[in-house]
Design a protein. Structure first.
Length: 43
């Protein structure tokens, strides 16, 4: 699964537990890649 800065296609891509798929500001299209980033809180 993806940890910090692992690429993810969208929110459905599998980021590790405790991580979420975040898109940069310039990634406006749905097909644009985002990256997994650690969320606050436990898992």
């Amino acid at each position: 699964c993806g940890t910090n800065r692992a690429w993810c296609r969208n929110a459905k891509d599998h980021c590790c537990c405790g991580y979420s798929c975040v898109k940069p500001i310039w990634a406006s299209k749905p097909e644009d890649d985002g990256y997994c980033w650690k969320k606050f809180g436990g898992c």
